[in-house]
Ligand binder design. Structure first.
Ligand SMILES: Cc1ncc(CO)c(N)n1
Length: 259
């Protein structure tokens, strides 16, 4: 029986973990692997329990098996559409805060893809449900939508490029994980699922590309960053991960202003 002995040694510098040495023993043979723990690994690890709750949320599960009532999906589409309008503006702020032309161009590209591709899937579904694009756009935000968008826009406007990325990374990354999970679990029944287009688009390599690029940029920006700043970024990441959960809960319960 192989056994994994970890951590063999943890190298710490400037208060955060740089590398973990893991040695795996196979019947006397020792294979040594040194896997560097990146900042995005740390973020993913710290939000793990929240994301697990997102993945098992009844609303997400019901999209996956196609049992979600249409009026609930319509409610989601409207709130998510105005959420995406603000989310797109974070990419515009990314253009403003970028330090070079290549990064500016990439933020502009993701901004355009969000408006032209991602939001078009919402427009197409809405049309099937008899909701016009104008109605989508004119949706009044619920307290949760307002709080979530407001938090991100505030942190992005007043913070650094790294703050901005830490805020939007859970949105791009967790939706991709959800897309993959639902496709993997329900792949064979997708033909009979009216939400298959939603699942296909969020599990697509094109959608996955955005968060991978954001991770690479965040790794560059956080190189040598003091622990105090890393903690602020981690806080943003956890807050927006929790807002993702609240968003699923809000659409599940069709929460709105009480008065
Ligand atoms: C609330 C929310 N988070 C993330 C995404 C992915 O873009 C989305 N469409 N909606």
């Amino acid at each position: 029986m192989p056994y994994i002995h970890l951590p063999r040694s943890v190298i710490q510098e400037r208060g955060f973990i740089l590398a973990v040495n893991i040695s795996i023993h196979f019947k006397g043979d020792t294979m040594k692997h040194t896997k560097s723990k990146t900042f995005s690994d740390r973020l993913h690890e710290s939000a793990k329990e929240i994301w697990k709750r997102n993945h098992s949320h009844p609303f997400v599960q019901a999209i996956g098996n196609g049992t979600l009532p249409e009026h609930k999906f319509a409610y989601y589409l409207k709130q998510d559409y105005i959420y995406l309008m603000d989310y797109s503006k974070l990419f515009a702020l990314g253009v403003i805060k970028a330090h070079n032309v290549e990064t500016m161009a990439k933020f502009a590209e993701i901004l355009n893809e969000t408006i032209q591709i991602e939001m078009d899937i919402h427009r197409q579904y809405a049309l099937e449900f008899g909701i016009t694009s104008k109605q989508l756009e004119d949706t009044e935000p619920t307290p949760t939508t307002l709080a979530y968008s407001g938090y991100m826009l505030n942190a992005a406007q007043h913070g650094t490029l790294a703050d901005l990325i830490a805020c939007l990374l859970p949105c791009a990354w967790d939706y991709y994980e959800i897309g993959l999970l639902l496709k993997e679990r329900n792949g064979k029944d997708l033909d009979n699922n009216r939400y298959s287009k939603w699942i296909e688009s969020y599990s697509s390599p094109e959608f996955g590309e955005a968060h991978k690029w954001l991770i690479t940029l965040l790794e560059e920006l956080t190189e040598g960053m003091p622990e105090k700043e890393l903690q602020r970024l981690e806080k943003h990441f956890l807050v927006t991960s929790r807002y993702e959960y609240l968003f699923w809960d809000m659409v599940q319960n069709e929460q709105d202003w009480p008065l």
